[in-house]
Design a protein around this ligand. Sequence first.
Ligand SMILES: [Zn+2]
Length: 437
Amino acid sequence: MTSPADDDGLDLTTRIARDLIRFDTSNFGEGRSNGETEAAEYLAAHLERLGLTVQSFDTAPRRTSIVTRVPGRDSSKPALVVHGHTDVVPAIAEDWSVDPFGGVVKDGMLWGRGAVDMKNMDAMIVSSLDRILGSGRQPERDLVIAFFADEENGGVFGSHPLVTEHPELFAGATEAISEVGGYSIDLDGNRAYLVQTGEKALLWLKLVARGTAGHGSQINRDNAVTRLARAVAAVGSREWPVHLTATTTQLLDRVAELLGKDAQTLSPDEIAIATGTASRFISATLRTTTNPTGLTAGYKHNVIPDRAEAMLDVRVLPGHEEAVMAEIRELVGDDIEIVVSHQDIGLETTFDGALVEQMIDSLQRHDPGAEVLPYLLSGGTDNKALSLLGIRGFGFAPLQLPPALDFPAMFHGVDERVPLSALGFGTDVLTDLLLRY
Ligand SMILES: [Zn+2]
């Protein structure tokens, strides 16, 4: 059994999160990755020390996901999937004030790529199991613990093949919890925790313009770069209208109330902005977004290329997929080819039921009087893949955060870091939930 603290004086959660950060599992997208194998083996070793049998799946060389089942006290209850991903987005070391893969602990925080997305939660999951199983106890219901590869690339080499090729791993499971939810925000002195109950759909598009190649000094009215630039500007500057879903309606009404504002006189955007740093997460869930994220064309200053390409990151409100695609086609025009590089579904579930009640109760036991609110995620998680098996997913990686920390900026951001106290709080809440739900 692992001891609660080692000679660094760090608790188990911090130590596991730190060790995981030191495995550079950078995922560059489209199948290019450093691989997750060492991180997965490290987590598997912890789980095996707790007496669990871990299954390992390599969906491509070095793209390792692991799954284990933890028997609960009452196996007649549907199983709960508790999942994390072990890959991270890349980090440009010179932009950071610490080594992004050093697992540095300073100023009461753990710094590094993955500190919030999501090696923190990976560590909280293992640490909670260590507390429960290590003290001879059991979770209330069966748990399916999964650590997936490739989440930052939409789960192509992780959750998706596991769900389609090995659905038996998740047999009997009806609900799941994972990242990007359960963290606290400050609403005018009120601490509120946002539980993620939905995700926007994801559409990664490539726009391809073709034209006639030629000398850069000559007249060319069939220039692929000009054609592409017009299309990119049209989509990138499109102001998509606000559409409130059931989740965002519920969130904004309660946020307005907590801020002492009248939801009838303020626009949804004004309410979102009034949340401060959390608006970074909330504003983007009020509408579809279509952000150009890359351009590729040309190879020499005086040569007009015959092809130009742009990448678009499109995040669509659940249910708006077809209408948005049709509008993008219209905006870019007939002479632009649209290639779908990757797409995934939107999700939205209701903020009710026994699991939601238990999440609220576990948070409030450790933070009495705290508000707990539903929200829609502008990004996506492996809950999309699990939903294909009928599993209802939530974002619940509990963290109690200081009001001054711009937490949404930590995701994929520079100097990603998490307070050690938040890791301790999260482990307490998660342990409580797993023991009692
Ligand atoms: Zn993540």
